[in-house]
Structure formats: C-alpha cells, structure tokens
Design a protein around this ligand. Sequence first.
Ligand SMILES: Nc1nc2c(c(=O)[nH]1)N[C@H]1C(S)=C(S)[C@@H](COP(=O)(O)OP(=O)(O)OC[C@H]3O[C@@H](n4cnc5c(=O)[nH]c(N)nc54)[C@H](O)[C@@H]3O)O[C@H]1N2
Ligand SMILES: Nc1nc2c(c(=O)[nH]1)N[C@H]1C(S)=C(S)[C@@H](COP(=O)(O)OP(=O)(O)OC[C@H]3O[C@@H](n4cnc5c(=O)[nH]c(N)nc54)[C@H](O)[C@@H]3O)O[C@H]1N2
Ligand code: SF4
Ligand SMILES: [Mo]
Length: 733
Amino acid sequence: MTDGARTATLPGPAPREVATHCPYCALQCGMTLREEHGQVTVLPREFPTNRGGLCQKGWTSAELLTHPDRLTTPLLRDPVSGELRPASWDAALDRIVTGLRDTQQRHGRDAVAVFGGGGLTNEKAYALGRFARVTLGTRNIDYNGRFCMSSAAAAGMRAFGVDRGLPFPLSDLGRADTLLLVGANPAETMPPLMRWLTEQRQRGGKLIVVDPRLTATARQADLHLQPLPGTDLAVANALLHIALTAGYVDESYVANRTTGFTAVRRTVAGWWPARAEALSGVPVADLEETARALGTAQRAIILTARGAEQHAKGVDTVTGFVNLALALGLPGRPGSGYGCLTGQGNGQGGREHGQKADQLPGYRKIDDPEARAHVARVWGVSADELPGPGVPAYQLLDSLGTASGPRALLVFGSNPVVSAPRAARIEGRLRDLDLLVVADFLLSETAALADVVLPTAQWAEEDGTMTNLEGRVLRRRALHRPPPGVRTDLQILTTLTTRLKGGAPSYRLAHRKGPLLTTIEHAADGADATDGEHGADPRAVFDELRRASAGGLADYAGISWERIDAADGVFWPCPDEDEADSPRLFADRFATPDGLARFHPVEHRPAAEEVCAEYPLYFTTGRVLAQYQSGNQTRRVGALRRAAPQAFVELHPDLADRLEVTEGEPVRVVSRRGEFHAPARLSAAIRPDTVFAPFHWGGAARANSVTNDAVDPISGMPEFKICAVRVEKAGTS
Ligand SMILES: Nc1nc2c(c(=O)[nH]1)N[C@H]1C(S)=C(S)[C@@H](COP(=O)(O)OP(=O)(O)OC[C@H]3O[C@@H](n4cnc5c(=O)[nH]c(N)nc54)[C@H](O)[C@@H]3O)O[C@H]1N2
Ligand SMILES: Nc1nc2c(c(=O)[nH]1)N[C@H]1C(S)=C(S)[C@@H](COP(=O)(O)OP(=O)(O)OC[C@H]3O[C@@H](n4cnc5c(=O)[nH]c(N)nc54)[C@H](O)[C@@H]3O)O[C@H]1N2
Ligand code: SF4
Ligand SMILES: [Mo]
C-alpha cells in the first residue's frame, strides 16, 4: 500500500482548506487553515506582505479554536452569589435589553456607551457604529484604536488630508536606500516584515532605528539612536535643522507641493543639534549622519510606530517627522515617503467605518452636515436623528458610572482592564456601571467584571474583510461554523436591534457585478440564532458599507468581495469597480482641498510627568514577540506561554547594582498612580535611566497600574510610553 492510499483509507470527512489571514496584527499574514479529523492546522501562505512567513503567534493561532477556556454559553451574574453563571441566550439578551431600556429611560440615550476594537472586521466596526448611532441613538462610542495609532492618524490627517498608515505597499521598504524607524520594533511586533528590511540592507540600503532600547530590530540597524523616552520631537526638529543648513531640503517640492514651511523653518532654526543632544542624549554626530542618510538618498522612507506616538505630544511628534519627510520631498516620490506602522489586525479599517467618537463611515466627520445627510440616507433615518460626536476612549472610560457619564457599557473586542492607562482607576469605573456587557470568546479580565458575557465566534468561524497596514482590503474567510451555542458579533448586534426596536436592521445591498463566489455562509445555526439573523450576513453588511463610504476619504464603493478574491486584496480609495485601486497615494496631489500638503510648526515639550527624587526613573512599556496585547488570547496558548511565561522589568545592570537587585529577583515598580510586581531582567540594552515592561499581563503584574493617563490634546492618545517611577526590591515596603 502506498502512503497516499494509507491516508485515503483514514476515516472521517475529507480535509477542508481555506485561504485566509492571521487573527492578530496588522501585517495580516496570509495563511491557509487546514481541517482534518477535527484538527485545524496553520500553513503559511504566500502573500505580498509576509511572503510565506509567519511568526510564532500566527503558527499557533488555531489552538484557541478548540481551547478548553473557550466560552460556549452566555454568562449572567447571579444577583445573590455575585458569580457569573451559564445562562440561555434568551435570558442573557433579556437582561441586556431590559437594562439598556431602563438606563436610557432614566438617564437619557447617551447613558449607554459602546467600546469597540481595532481587531474587529470592517463589517463589525461598521455595524457597531450604526448600532450605537441608530439603534441606541447614543453619541458615546469609541474604541481601543485610540490607544494605538490615533496620534499618527491625526498627524497624517492634518498634513496630508487623509490617514492611511502606509501610503505605499510594504514592498517599497525593501528598495529604500535609507529607512528610518522611529519607536518601532517589528522584529518582535511584525517578524515577517523583517524580510523587507533584510532585503533593503542586502541591496546596500541603510537602516536607522530610534529606540531607547537596543531592541532586536535596532541590533540589525546600521545606526541606533537611543534617546531618552519622550524626546523624539527634539530629534525630529534637529534633523530638519541639519537638513536645512546642509542644503538637503527639496525647495522646489516645498514650493510646489506644500504650504506653511516658513513657520516650520523658523521653529527648527532654534533646534541646533547640540540642544537636541542635551535633551535626548543622541550624539550630534549621529543626528548628522541620520540627516545625511535621509537627505542624500534617492529613495528614503520614514516610519513611526507606538514608541514615538504613545505620548501626550504624540501628534506633534509625528508631525515633526512628517515635516522632515515633506521638507526632503519624500511623500509621493516613487519609493519614498512617510508612514505609520498600524498595529491591530484591522487597525486601519477599524478607524474608517464609524466606531470612532467623531466619525461616520468612509472616514467622514460626524459634525459635517453633508456627511450626516449621506450616511443618514444609507441608514434610512433622518440626519437630525443622528447623535453628534462623543468623547475619546480614555475620557469615555474615565466617565463610566460617574454622575455625568454613561451607566451601561457594551464592549466588543477590547480588554481595557489590562490595556487602559491607569488601569486600576478604569477597573473601578467599570465596576461602578449599572450594566456591563462584554462579547468575547474567552473570559478576559474585563469580561470577568461583566454582568453579561456573550460568547462570540472566532476569526476562523466567520467571513469578513480586514484592511491591513498598507490600506489593502483583504478577505478573512471562514473555515467552518462556530461551535454550538456561539454567535457571531454581527448576529448579536442584529438580535439586539430586533429586540430593542422590534425589527431587524436590513442591510441594503449595493449593485453587485458578476457571480457570487461561494463562501461558507455566515453561521446561522437556526436553533441558536433565532431572531434578526438576516441582518447578520457579513457580505450584506459590506455591501452597505460600500455605499455608506462612497464619496468619503476611505472610499470602498468599488471594492467587492469578488474583486478582493481575484487579486491580493484591493487598496482604498477605490470609488469605482471598473477603475484601478490606489496602492500608492500622493503622486500628484494630497487629499487636501488645494492638493497641497500642510506643514505645522511643532515644539518639543516635556512629558506630562517628569522624574523627581521620589520617582527618579523613566518608565516605558511595549511588547514581546510571543504575547499579544492584553494577553487574553496568547497567554492561553501553550507554546507562547512557554516562550513568554510572565511579565518582567527590564533594567540596566548599573541601575540594578545601585538598587541591589539581581537577575530574576522580584521587584516592585511604583508610580503616583499605583504599582505592579514582576521579576527583574537585567539588560545592557536599555538606558540606565529608563526601565521597561511589557503590558501583556493583568493582576499584580499589570504594567498599566502605573502608566500615566495624560492624553494628547488632539488625538486623545494616552502617554503609555513615559512616566516617572521608582523601582524597589519587592520584599521592602
Ligand atoms: N508580539 C506582538 N506583536 C504585536 C502586538 C503585540 O501585542 N505583540 N501588537 C500589535 C499592535 S496593536 C501594535 S500597536 C504594534 C506595536 O508595534 P511597535 O510600535 O513596534 O511596539 P511597541 O513595543 O509598543 O513599541 C515599539 C518600541 O518603542 C520603544 N519606545 C518606548 N518609548 C519610546 C520613545 O519615547 N521613543 C521612541 N523612539 N521609542 C520608544 C520601545 O522600547 C519599543 O521597542 O504591534 C502589533 N504587533
Ligand atoms: N502600557 C501600555 N498599554 C497599552 C499599549 C502599550 O504599548 N503600553 N498599547 C495600546 C495598544 S497599541 C492597543 S492596540 C491596546 C490593545 O489592548 P486591548 O484593546 O485590550 O486588545 P486585545 O488584548 O487585543 O483585546 C481584544 C479582546 O477582544 C477579544 N476579541 C478578539 N477578537 C474579537 C472579535 O472579533 N470580537 C469580539 N467580540 N472579541 C474579540 C479578545 O479575546 C480580547 O479579549 O492596548 C493599549 N495599551
Ligand atoms: S506578524 Fe502579525 S499577522 Fe503575521 S503571523 Fe505574526 S501576528 Fe500574525
Ligand atoms: Mo495597537
């Protein structure tokens, strides 16, 4: 008997395969899921972003589909024992509907709030915004993307008139002569992206990394600038100062394609390199080398990520680098540009379709009368009925349960008890709510506080679209249906709408061309999902999203699932099904009314909290390869838990000596807001005045117990990347 025949005689159904994308980060690596004998295997798939590569999180992602911790029934808090108990969908939905109605009757429509996530598909993000504005009629909706790339989004908006993380395909990185990464550690946060950086250097390109730590990414760089956290803006202004004096500025580009440079020229005149060195610790020679490498390259790319952005001056810091890019004539020049590395799986699409407090679908502004009229028409309501703008995420979370804030909250796709700044305070606010509803597939720290927990489907169990860090719209394809008892987020929203309004939302179909490709239909296992399920078809939701976005900045009107299937995704804006999509932006004009990019003068300012005698160290936070975000998913995956079993506090050996702390010894990190505990990890890779911890753990190891809740005045981004702390041996008091 041949091997093939042996395989063929095995019992059970034929293996099933589906080409889809990873459930985690914005790289959205292509993968194939293969199901055989009830086992799901992840296989890498050739896709333009990952070129067959996957990181450890992607490889192990299927483990959660059948994980014993998986939620398969709704949970209701027992009023007597105070515990969460399994309940029927009917009982759970009744509790929610009664609670929402009661709250709104007593305290008004805005007393109910919604919190979404950048991991939700486009369809869900869109449906969530519509649910909040139309079904609930509340202005109070925002999402965790506020904690993610909101500063880069705001800076991009005001400079270019549009916010698309990368305005060019990722493959451009491989051909850049000079690549400057500011506060990005893709070697841990997007490992397959490193292939492009390897290619770049093999072609003779120069890689420069700006990070207070000598990270795995910085180790591969030709030049590592190691600034004090929170001083990137001084570095950016000094680089532009040098570019001006050395004659690297592209004066004709500045004259023809931009406006506002005079004021910036004046500001950066005061940023002579020695001044930036004194503030940031980056040597003048390194600043000069960086400016030269950028200024003399034919193809130069500047990228920022969370290290530069998660500050109370994040928008201005990004603007500093955008100013530099514009002065050098990079945006729109082939192979050059400025971009932000978006983080969450649908961090890009999640910020376009209306789960943001100030936004309607298509990246429209909710206070723009024309935008309101257009979207209201699509939704079949009057524009007057649509609420106005709400407040950004931190402000929203911090107002929960207070006299003037919302009294009920629905959470889809976030775990703020672990991931919000000053998390102990936010945890308290969540506890003060009259009603907390969390939809999740695993009991997160936030779900554990809820009155009602709804078990939702996972990525491999539903269809939808995601928009990756390049602005490329992709298809997430279902492998199989959700397990019994589990519903999709769209089903939950539809069912709630039916029960609250007495009728399901009908998603209006756009005109479709060509035959429908067969997909696994969304899960509508009749027995569970009784009411309103016809509004839960992701394809119908996407078709309505196309119409709602038509004419907006993020125009999806010409993107159909069929078109995505026929290519490696479709780049927005794409207004017309018969026209090409937009992999590269800004070749001829920017998305501003006059087509010119805008310079904005920006000045360095200190962090919201400076070190002092009591809190003498800078504290910064970030990620490790084997854990994702609040860790609710990845802390449960065996291989990932073994690779990164617990939190740690990274500190320089000299500092450890002074504190008399040894490797592995438990330490306590204390700020004005709280403390957390974790073992010390000694490393010469970090500045001696700065300590670092990952934020992936909750409980006593929660880094966000100490972080600062100061926010950027424009974006609402919290200052996750710098605050003042002291570090003590855990045994002392
Ligand atoms: N393994 C893993 N991968 C992920 C995620 C995850 O949780 N785990 N999350 C995804 C998401 S949502 C996001 S947003 C991305 C984030 O991706 P990154 O932005 O690459 O990740 P971070 O680790 O938050 O921050 C990057 C670096 O900023 C540095 N840094 C800290 N303070 C400063 C500063 O003041 N200035 C500068 N220049 N650098 C500073 C840190 O030392 C860190 O190395 O990752 C995505 N990918
Ligand atoms: N100190 C510090 N704090 C940070 C950061 C930092 O760098 N430092 N980074 C910030 C950033 S960039 C981000 S993006 C946030 C992220 O922080 P969170 O918003 O907490 O992100 P996740 O852990 O991804 O939470 C997603 C939750 O939703 C569930 N989930 C996943 N997919 C779905 C879905 O489709 N539907 C539903 N209903 N649930 C789903 C998951 O199981 C998980 O419990 O953290 C921020 N917090
Ligand atoms: S890099 Fe991101 S998308 Fe790719 S496998 Fe890892 S987590 Fe998934
Ligand atoms: Mo993020």
